[in-house]
Design a protein around this ligand. Structure first.
Ligand SMILES: [Fe+2]
Length: 401
């Protein structure tokens, strides 16, 4: 049975997990992309997860599969390895063919990179992309990026897919200098699930199950020095995960020191650690006392903590809080919403009218896009971009009527 099969996952090897296009966006785990499949809502929504990150700072990136009338809709493509296609084809046998592939973000490179390959894997599917797609350093037409124009439509501008069961809501557009930020969320009415890409996340203390296939990134970061071996325990995995969350949230949190090169070399190349898995003992991080407190502010204890990712708040929305509030207003009018499925972190986060209201209140009242503490590095980046004229002072101006 498909459901049984999906829940079990498989022990595929490297040959079925190869992603040969990885040099286009050279992120960990490079050419080997394991896929973890989980049914989120029985017979309706499935999560396909792979890891993606830099220097073992890796978080799940998610393709969400939704049962729609006559077949399946894929939201946020992932590298279509043999392993991933095997599971998708198993779902197709039971629930019908892949009818549409949706790229609902204009800016999220990690979501758009696999669209051409995914489109080739499903030649009959219609592609729906967020308007305002851009490429860097040159703005190339979609067909030059490998996206077939004869079966590609722009979300909202050309209509929307599966309107019999889906309501589509736009966050943005915003001018972010190099291109635009826009994300179009899908509210799947039969299940009450809101599918978002980067706008909202939920983070919990337990590391994502995906790491059970290879916990190396967690064990690597659970250490304090390069001469310490990579030991494994549930506690160490949680510790490593908390640090990965801090890195990916703030890029360079205040509770982290980068030691001088000589100190790093002093503890490197020790017996037993001269291998690529341990990065040869090179560990250029030193966590300050009390770093756990910073992590606690991002991580839910009893379940996922709903939040706007600090990177997004500080680099995309620092001067556009009203766009987030308008979007939340729209969400609060959706009838029957009860959960959120985001393209990163926790796969299922409680999200109903109560959560929307609390989030809106908190954003309205708390200091927004602050500049100090763990946020200092992000603030520095934003200030540099602003001073250099790379990002506009008013990101909403370009798109105002
Ligand atoms: Fe993303």
């Amino acid at each position: 049975m498909t459901n049984q099969y999906d829940l079990k996952n498989n022990n595929f090897g490297i040959a079925e997990q190869l992603w040969n296009w990885w040099p286009l966006l050279p992120l960990y785990p490079y050419g080997r992309r394991r896929t973890f499949v989980k049914e989120i809502i029985p017979k309706k929504i499935w999560s396909f997860e792979q890891l993606q990150g830099l220097y073992y700072v890796a978080v799940p990136v998610r393709l969400t599969v939704v049962k729609v009338e006559g077949g399946l809709m894929l939201v946020n493509p992932l590298p279509p390895t043999k392993e991933l296609l095997h599971s998708l084809n198993a779902l197709e046998k039971v629930y019908g063919p892949v009818l549409s592939i949706v790229l609902p973000t204009a800016s999220g490179l990690e979501h758009k990179i696999a669209l051409p390959a995914m489109a080739r894997s499903f030649p009959e599917a219609t592609l729906w992309v967020c308007p305002g797609q851009w490429s860097f350093p040159f703005g190339l037409p979609l067909s030059w990026l490998g996206i077939p124009s004869n079966r590609t439509k722009l979300l909202i501008e050309d209509g929307v897919p599966h309107s019999e069961s889906c309501t589509w809501i736009s966050l943005g557009p915003l001018d972010i200098g190099l291109g635009r930020f826009q994300e179009i969320s899908c509210f799947h009415r039969p299940t009450g699930a809101l599918l978002v890409t980067d706008s909202l996340i939920g983070i919990e203390a337990e590391p994502p199950e995906l790491f059970s296939k290879d916990p190396t990134p967690l064990l690597f970061h659970a250490r304090d020095r390069g001469d310490q071996p990579l030991l494994d325990s549930p506690e160490l995995r949680r510790r490593g995960w908390a640090r990965v969350v801090l890195f990916s949230s703030f890029l360079r949190p205040e509770c982290l020191d980068i030691p001088p090169l000589l100190d790093v070399l002093k503890y490197a190349f020790r017996p037993g650690l001269i291998n690529s898995k341990a990065h040869f003992g090179l560990f250029p991080f030193s966590w300050k006392k009390g770093w756990e407190k910073s992590a606690e502010e991002l991580i839910g204890r009893k379940g996922p903590l709903l939040q706007i990712a600090p990177v997004l708040e500080r680099l995309v929305f620092p001067r556009a809080k009203e766009a987030i509030l308008d979007w939340l207003d729209e969400l609060s009018r959706l009838k029957g919403m009860r959960m959120m499925v985001s393209a990163h972190y926790s796969r299922k986060v409680p999200f109903g009218s109560g959560q929307v209201k609390r989030l809106k209140n908190s954003i309205s009242k708390r200091p927004w896009a602050i500049s100090s503490g763990n946020w200092s590095f992000l603030n520095g980046l934003d200030s540099t971009l602003l001073r250099g004229g790379i990002v506009p002072k008013d990101p909403l101006e370009t798109f105002r009527d």
